[in-house]
Design a protein around this ligand. Structure first.
Ligand SMILES: Nc1ncnc2c1ncn2[C@@H]1O[C@H](COP(=O)(O)OP(=O)(O)OP(=O)(O)O)[C@@H](O)[C@H]1O
Length: 547
């Protein structure tokens, strides 16, 4: 038994849920009723199975539903089938509750990756179905590219399994092709040669050439076959990247921020062409997995969005986008989804490792050495410090003007910042107790209101207090405590902090980044200083030049 859900209809007719239920003889949930009548529903023989030919009127959609139900029943598809469409849309989006079709292309089961001692991702579970575009969205460092690389078989997970078309993946995924953010073209090869490079399925050179030519034509690069990458604009180079991926006729197309290196208009153009090729079935691709850090891009493209959190990378939530293509970005439903995703992304994770609170001295001048040993918190992961300057967070407050509360999306627009840039600023604001993020809104806390009008000295002492108390700043607290514990000199080489604290929790690159942020924040708060020539951190009560 399947059930159909009709979503987002304006309530404007006499037709009730009960009526639809009787017509379709299966469970029908209507959020609103649909204009149709018995006479109209009886004309269902007019229906053509081609979805594109569904009319714009409500009754032709109703006919479609009838047919869809029959279709679902005849195919004996498992699970709940769901039919969605938006009241403003002229087309129908068809989805089953969890999938577009019941054929699973890719499956991640409890997938994790650990590099050395550093966990990169953990417990990644999801399925990607035929006919589906799945977006991986999340802050920097949440493991989006890692998941994509694992799907393409370029990285081998250290935990769990990946299945491609039901078979466990070992090595390169032969059914997948990948499009990279930075195009990854060979500069010494022509467009044709770059595209031909990946085609392994061809039996002869002629066949390989023909496949490359077809992909080049399809992606609008004809005339440029003999050009070298340096002769092409960024947009054209990425077209070569797409052509190279399409030429291998992949069933799974993996894309790692493919539009982010392009200017907005070029990116939009390429995106809409890709969607057109995909919808028209001109490319053999069955499923698309795409990494982005742009909410608008994710909502604009995806059927489902996986929102990832970090420390280590994990799935926070999975969201369905019940909109048809082409999507109207100005529509209320589109904007609502953007708000929803913003909210989900900006709601801080509550890392389990933060349950224990470290006792610290709130007073900067305190010389009482904590009896807590350095090792006491070694095993619990430090929350990642967002890589932003305190000055930028302070600057953010000026965009509030007289308001205490601003919608996240509006704030992003006001600042002209994408989520990847806005998110760390908000995270820092929360750590510093000057911002609060709830349900799609950013609010100034009382402390935030005081901070925005405070003198520089007062700002510093507010930051100092927040850093010593906030659970999100445990790394800074640990460094501060270590410096206090170091007898007399109160100096510690940065290498020691990297070795004993950071590299147990982060990759080497991230460790270095975390150290830089900790130094920048610690300096601002006058908790500790950094002597670049010796590479040592020292308690701020000491001036290194005096020694
Ligand atoms: N092979 C590796 N060795 C060490 N660290 C790694 C490795 N692969 C990934 N990392 C680290 O894992 C984290 C996640 O990386 P990944 O590139 O997957 O994240 P992302 O969400 O795609 O980030 P971005 O949006 O910045 O590209 C990063 O901190 C990265 O430095």
């Amino acid at each position: 038994m399947c059930s159909l859900t009709l979503g987002n209809f304006r309530s404007r007719s006499r037709t009730s849920d009960a009526f639809l239920s009787s017509v379709f003889s299966c469970k029908v949930c209507c959020t609103h009723s649909l204009r149709c009548s018995r006479r109209q529903t009886k004309t269902h023989s007019l229906f053509d199975s081609d979805i594109c030919r569904i009319g714009k009127t409500a009754h032709s959609r109703a006919i479609f539903i009838t047919q869809w139900k029959t279709h679902v029943a005849s195919k004996r598809l498992a699970g709940r089938a769901t039919l969605h469409w938006s009241c403003k849309s002229t087309q129908v989006t068809l989805e089953e509750e969890q999938q577009k079709s019941s054929v699973c292309t890719l499956q991640f089961k409890n997938v994790g990756l650990q590099v050395g001692k550093a966990p990169i991702i953990r417990d990644i579970n999801f399925e990607l179905f035929e006919g589906e575009i799945l977006c991986l969205l999340g802050p920097s460092g949440s493991g989006k590219s890692t998941v994509l690389r694992i799907a393409a078989g370029l990285t081998r997970p250290t935990q769990g399994s990946v299945y491609y078309r039901g078979k466990e993946l070992h090595g390169i995924n032969e059914g997948a092709a990948i499009v990279f953010q930075n195009f990854a073209l060979f500069p010494w090869l022509t467009v044709s040669e770059n595209v031909e490079l990946g085609i392994r399925s061809a039996k002869s050179k002629t066949q390989r050439k023909a496949k490359a030519e077809k992909a080049i034509d399809m992606i609008g690069l004809d005339g440029y076959e003999n050009a070298y990458p340096k002769e092409l604009s960024g947009g054209m180079r990425q077209r070569v990247g797409f052509a190279r991926a399409i030429a291998v006729e992949p069933e799974l197309l993996c894309m790692d921020e493919p539009f982010s290196a392009l200017d907005v208009l070029t990116g939009e153009n390429l995106k809409s062409e890709l969607i057109r090729l995909w919808q028209a079935g001109e490319i053999p691709t069955k499923s698309i997995l795409i990494v982005t850090h742009s909410i608008e891009e994710a909502v604009g493209l995806a059927d489902r969005i996986i929102i990832l959190g970090k420390d280590p990378g994990h799935i926070r939530t999975l969201l369905r986008i019940p909109l048809s293509h082409p999507r109207d970005r100005k529509s209320r439903s589109f904007q609502n989804l953007i708000d929803q995703v913003y909210t989900l992304l900006s709601r801080p994770d509550a890392p389990s490792s933060l349950k224990e609170k470290i006792p610290v001295d709130v007073s900067k001048k305190s010389t009482v050495a904590s009896s807590t040993k350095l090792a006491s918190n070694e095993d619990s992961k430090y929350p990642t410090l967002p890589s932003v300057r305190i000055g930028s967070v302070a600057g953010l407050l000026s965009f509030f003007g007289d308001e205490r509360c601003i919608d996240l999306y509006r704030l992003g627009q006001r600042l002209q910042l994408d989520v990847d840039d806005l998110y760390p600023l908000l995270e820092a604001g929360v750590i510093l107790n000057i911002l609060k993020v709830t349900e799609g809104d950013v609010m100034l806390t009382d402390q935030g209101s005081r901070f925005s009008v405070a003198s520089i000295d007062d700002k510093k002492s507010m930051v100092r207090e927040a850093l010593l108390q906030s659970e999100g700043a445990r790394l800074i607290q640990q460094i501060y405590r270590l410096l206090q514990q170091t007898k007399r000199v109160h100096r510690v080489p940065e290498e020691l902090i990297l070795d004993t604290i950071l590299e147990k929790h982060f990759s080497p690159a991230e460790s270095r980044r975390q150290l830089e942020v900790a130094i920048e924040w610690g300096r601002y708060a006058e908790l500790f200083g950094y002597d670049a020539p010796s590479g040592e951190l020292f308690l701020d009560e000491q001036d290194p030049k005096e020694e």
